[in-house]
Design a protein around this ligand. Sequence first.
Ligand code: GLN
Length: 194
Amino acid sequence: MKIGILALQGAVREHRDLLHRLGVATVDVQSRQDLYEISGLILPGGESTTVGKLLVRYGLLKPIAEAGRAGLPIFGTCTGLILLSRHISNSSQFRLGLMDTYVERNAFGRQLASFEADMPIPVLGSKPYHTIFIRAPYIKQAEKNVTELLTHEGKIFFAQQGNLLAAAFHPELTSDTRVHEYFLRIVATAQTSQ
Ligand code: GLN
């Protein structure tokens, strides 16, 4: 099993290193061909308007959207969460638009542009998870088919819709591998149900 990491811009190396620590092989995804050999795809944090434009330039926007609709598990962190969302406040930027979510970008004031907090995430077990937010977006609303995995003060920070997983925070920047392991379980389940 290989996991693809979209490698156009952003925190690619951190996701790659974390998956290698878990013994999982990775592919840097930069072309359509790279998609054929992967069982799951990670969209790292970065800058979502830039990554959206690069997805178009590299001919990847439609192929990834089609693969996601066909069941490829996709995990978006931060910028990835924005790209997965169908609705983005006040923006017509390029997106995959696969999740029935409404996203606010750069939603926290300047002094809160980056912050960290221990949050309870029941699907990861009873130990709180150390979340790191960097100019983070959040999901302000989601359709009924979206499961909220972490909601704090009305803001959804971690959500799942079938094989699609989205986090507003940066699990690749911690040594706690539970979020990636959760995604790998989605990938394993998708493979056995094929
Ligand atoms: N603010 C960025 C954006 O809008 C996301 C920040 C991140 O990925 N760390 O794309």
